[in-house]
Design a protein around this ligand. Sequence first.
Ligand code: FE2
Length: 329
Amino acid sequence: MIIKKPSDITASVLKELEGAQDARFKEILHSAVKHLHAFVSETKLTEPEYQKICGIIARMGQMTNEHHNEVVLAGGSLGISALVCLLNNGVSAKEIDNNPGATEVDDELITTANMLGPFWRDDSPLSQNGDNLARGTTKGDPIFVKAWVKDGSGAAVPDATVDVWHTSAEGFYENQDPSQVDMNLRGRFKTNAQGLIEFRSVKPAGYPIPVNGPVGDLLKMQGRHNMRPAHIHFLIHKEGYKTQFSQVYSNDDPYINSDVQFGVTQSLLANYVKHHANAPDPDVTGAWYSLEHTFIVSQGQSGYPRAPIKGKNTGALPEQVILERKIKP
Ligand SMILES: [Fe+2]
């Protein structure tokens, strides 16, 4: 088509898509082209602005390596990861369209699924119930966690594989922090006959997401902070069940209402209970925490995602930069 006006470009691109063989691919790209062209027209994007956007996207790719994924971080910071999660786990697109203010609790569509995040490694060591994930010398308040995996009817799901990972008390995942031993604060458990896994670790801290790249630039321009409230990640896998990613958040965290990744849902707010005596392990003499949580998995297709990272940072400890939020709660 010889282009006579701007809308001819959109029509031309969509016409070229007619040759696509994969129906779902065709549907997704058709919608993406329509919305991207509408976005450019609506904002009357200038040439320097377009060049800047291309530069941002290119830099996200250039910054992504074996121990850092800037693209996943960007998706989270724009709420894309959280939206994809809820749309695929209990809240349909129709329900959101018809009732934009609805939450999964208002609709009684509770899901314990959450975002995978950029820090899962797919080669965590096998652990036994009762193991301590604090490997080597890891400082922090001891925490004793019990997590149950159940199906929609409330029945225990035994023999499910549950990966667990979280930050140190300083707010670093082991892959970011060269001073932590490999696979510190990570483990892979099997649920027992009651669908239970249990382990000891140290209470994780909330953490700032890195702001030394384009994601940081975008947060600063919006006047946003870059904090995630403290949480523990879980990945639950069993044949016949939809693989579930989850994060269980500490409800006493100061950033619980303004997670930079928009991940906190009502059903994943948990009470990290503080105790002062009678810890399950006799070597714990000071304060300690307990956490109990139940995950509900649904029948469906199981499978592991591609791990966002593979390795460990061997360079310097990243600087923790905390941005101030301009909007006050
Ligand atoms: Fe995390």
